[in-house]
Design a protein. Structure first.
Length: 240
């Protein structure tokens, strides 16, 4: 019985360490990192410790007891076009949910500080492991995570005239698609960066509401650009 307890404790510790990666702002290495500079590590240490310790407990409980459905299962690195289309559709739906329930994600506590933004950053793909089984599981449930991979799969299919898997990519307006994809990636990353940086804004100031307002603007822009992407894909004959 003692041995079983030891094994159980070890398993819980392993799950806890995996979930710590899910909530750590430093775990995000976004594909268009050049567009956004995060605050230096010196600014993160003290405040981030206070924020991430309690939320790591919540994340641990999620990993230990939840069963993730593969709703938008485009595994990282997959070039399957149907998975890429499903991920794009799921991504715009997630952005709409974030916009429609904005007040529950952009919160200010009684002391005038920004509340936890982990939930919003998970939707935006900003808090997630970068490799391994954990990354695959997150990709299945968070379509905005590595959405650049879905855009890349479609682009490669559009420029590969030798042996296309399906006909519609050759009819895609590739120049406009690439421009919209870049705009989407920028908007999503900028919104995620705002949700990250607002934690360091001085409490009781208009700076916090200003950062949240900027993030909301980026989310709205992302939705608009995503809708244009979907229109382009439909015009090309993609099965949406």
């Amino acid at each position: 019985m003692t041995t079983l307890r030891v094994v159980a404790i070890l398993l819980l510790l392993i799950k806890g360490s995996l979930c710590w990666q899910l909530i750590s702002p430093e775990s995000n290495t976004a594909p268009t990192k050049r567009l956004l500079q995060k605050p230096s590590k010196g600014l993160v240490s003290r405040r981030n410790f206070v924020i991430t310790v309690p939320t790591s407990i919540i994340a641990w409980q999620f990993c230990a007891f939840s069963n993730i459905n593969a709703a938008f299962a485009r595994a990282p690195g997959s070039k399957d076009l149907s998975e890429a289309l499903g991920q794009i559709q799921g991504a715009v739906e997630d952005l709409r949910k974030l916009r429609d329930d904005w007040d529950s994600y952009a919160t200010i506590d009684a002391e005038g500080r920004a509340g936890s933004t982990d939930a919003a950053r998970r939707i935006l793909g900003g808090i997630a492991p970068q490799a391994g089984t954990a990354a695959i599981e997150v990709a299945k449930s968070r379509p905005l995570y590595r959405i650049d991979g879905a855009f890349l799969s479609i682009r490669q299919a559009a420029i590969n005239d030798d042996a296309p898997e399906v006909a519609w990519p050759s009819d895609l307006d590739l120049a406009q698609f690439e421009e919209l994809a870049e705009r989407v990636l920028f908007a999503v990353q900028k919104a995620d960066g705002d949700f990250y940086s607002v934690l360091f804004a001085q409490k009781g100031t208009r700076q916090i509401s200003g950062i949240f307002s900027e993030a909301k603007g980026q989310v709205n822009q992302g939705i608009s650009d995503f809708e244009e992407v979907l229109r382009l894909l439909k015009d090309a004959g993609a099965p949406l």
